[in-house]
Design a protein around this ligand. Structure first.
Ligand code: ADP
Ligand code: MG
Length: 384
């Protein structure tokens, strides 16, 4: 992150870095970020050597904690901000310096940014007026956009007479009214309550399918990103930690950060003792036991410190004689559809295990009880 320690910019003809491809992402590349850097204070990069291919027609989410550079990335794509290094290509052409209004992108922000003195119809027509579209054409496009956002009948209201959800629909209609090639959204549902947010997620997904245009969606909510997206780019400190389909990110996280950011993960520290291709063996520090699991990190070598990662739903009580680690139950929590055990190993590592009530084949373990846990190899991962 420190500018002094940055590598020099690679030559422009260098091949793009390897990325994990999802098998559904065969569409042509619409937008490419090439070695994009952004700093606000000349001391640290808030977007740090970003490489990103956005494919035609995909629903891509930029997911990450607050301050990880998602909005800055979106603003550079929209043309409201410019990279300090690197470039952004659209259809292979450099658009880094192209003004926002020439980019053919619609933008929706969390704050609706509507004009309070204008009616819904006037708000939605605004981008068309800027582009000098004829009155007749404008009327029909506004109707089309209002229908898409399910706002028919609200034409004459003012934003102040609408609920938050309805105002966000107006912002959405306004962003779609000139039929942009890309719709950019920055936490657009962040101000809505949970039920409305989930409802709007389904509608956004339907609109994406109906229009077939590219959506780029910023969120810090992992459930939202997983629900909506064809692919998710997980941001951490101005870089993409991993980009892939939601299922792959969840089942094959590349780093501890991704494993923890998308759902809960148990991490058991240890040392790598052997590896062969993408399978490896780790000896756990706490229990001294050996475990084999998938390891996709090519940089991890025998002797390195590593962690065995396993989701709470993949831990289970071991059968008699099965290789296992032992832990004490600290707490047993009933959640309705599932139950959760909080466990602690002898030297303090805490674990979580979830299970369906009735599937244990025995009474639920009680706090204080010592249990043997199986770590199914096929569902565990070895991470750096
Ligand atoms: P995110 O959207 O992931 O929360 P941002 O892209 O908004 O992250 O911000 C990344 C970092 O850049 C943060 O540390 C933020 O404080 C800083 N930052 C963002 N915009 C500005 C700005 N206009 N001026 C100075 N610093 C900024
Ligand atoms: Mg943001």
């Amino acid at each position: 992150m420190n500018l002094q320690t940055l590598r020099p910019l690679p030559k422009a003809d260098m091949p793009p870095p390897p990325t994990v491809e999802s098998d559904t992402a065969n569409a042509p590349v619409l937008v490419r970020f090439e070695q994009v850097h952004k700093t606000y204070d000349e001391r640290s990069w808030v977007v740090d050597d970003l490489h990103l291919d956005i494919r035609q027609g995909e629903f891509l989410s930029l997911l990450g904690p607050s301050g990880s550079g998602k909005t800055t990335t979106l603003m550079m794509l929209a043309g409201f901000d410019a990279p300090d290094r690197g470039r952004i290509l659209m259809d292979g052409n450099d658009i880094s310096k192209l003004p926002a209004y020439k980019r053919d992108m619609g933008v929706v922000f969390q704050s609706y940014a509507l004009f309070p003195h204008m009616s819904v119809a006037q708000n939605v027509a605004f981008p068309l007026n800027l582009r000098k579209v004829s009155a007749a054409e404008s009327r029909s496009r506004v109707q089309e956009a209002l229908a898409l956002a399910r706002l028919e009948g609200f034409e004459d209201r003012r934003p102040g007479q609408l609920s938050g959800g309805q105002q966000q629909r107006v912002a959405l209609a306004r962003a779609l009214v000139y039929r942009p090639r890309i719709l950019l959204m920055d936490e657009p549902l962040g101000a809505l309550d949970k039920a409305l947010r989930e409802h709007m997620q389904l509608e956004l997904k339907a609109i994406h399918k109906q229009l077939g245009i590219t959506f780029v969606y910023v969120t810090h909510d992992q459930d939202e990103a997983m629900t909506l997206s064809d692919r998710v780019a997980v941001f951490n400190e101005g870089k993409i930690a991993q980009i892939d389909r939601p299922e792959t990110l969840y089942s094959r996280p590349a780093t501890r950060f991704v494993a923890n950011f998308l759902g809960e993960t148990n991490l058991l520290e240890g040392t790598l003792v052997s590896r062969s291709g993408s399978q490896a063996q780790i000896r756990l520090e706490e229990s001294g036991t050996l475990h084999e699991a998938h390891c996709s990190d090519e940089h991890l070598a025998v002797g390195d410190g590593a962690a065995l990662a396993i989701r709470p739903e993949n831990l289970r009580l071991a059968a008699p004689g099965e290789p296992a680690i032992s832990a004490f139950v600290i707490d047993s929590i009933f959640h309705g559809a599932h139950c959760k055990l909080r466990l602690r190993m002898d030297r303090g590592t805490e674990l979580a295990m979830t299970y369906n009530p009735g599937s244990l084949g025995r009474a639920a373990p009680l706090p204080g009880e010592k249990v043997a846990l199986a770590l199914p190899s096929s569902q565990a991962m070895i991470l750096r």
